[in-house]
Design a protein. Structure first.
Length: 127
């Protein structure tokens, strides 16, 4: 978890640096656009260079994310989250269903029906 937090913090710092660089380049482009027409070609080239740089940064982030998502530790973490969530959901629904059997708990029975509209939860609880 700490590794993911540090990775997110690093990504935020890189995004901030990239934003500052982009703002500097845009200021330069606007300064050039106010000049003579001969500089418009340079502006177009600068815009294309900025687009290419952005595409490169995005691809780098995608590659880093894909690498992180394919690690065994990430897969184990997600699997564990799924197990804990399913266990807690199963316990919650069992408790809710048992409490809904009372005479004045029709609202709980209605809630159980709405939460388990397709029967998936009750079938997973019985297993």
């Amino acid at each position: 978890m700490l590794h993911l937090y540090l990775l997110e913090l690093q990504n935020q710092q890189q995004d901030q640096i990239a934003t500052e660089q982009r703002q500097r380049r845009r200021r330069k482009m606007y300064e050039v656009m106010e000049g003579p027409d001969s500089k418009k070609k340079k502006v177009r080239e600068a815009i294309e260079a900025e687009k290419e740089e952005r595409r490169r940064r995005k691809q780098k982030q995608i590659d880093r994310l894909n690498h992180e998502l394919n690690t065994e530790s990430y897969k184990r973490m997600i699997s564990r989250f799924e197990q804990v969530f399913n266990l807690n959901l199963s316990e919650f629904m069992s408790q809710l269903m048992s409490d809904s059997d009372g005479r004045y708990h029709t609202h709980l029975a209605n809630l159980c029906t709405r939460l388990d509209f397709n029967g998936y939860l009750t079938s997973s609880i019985k297993e």
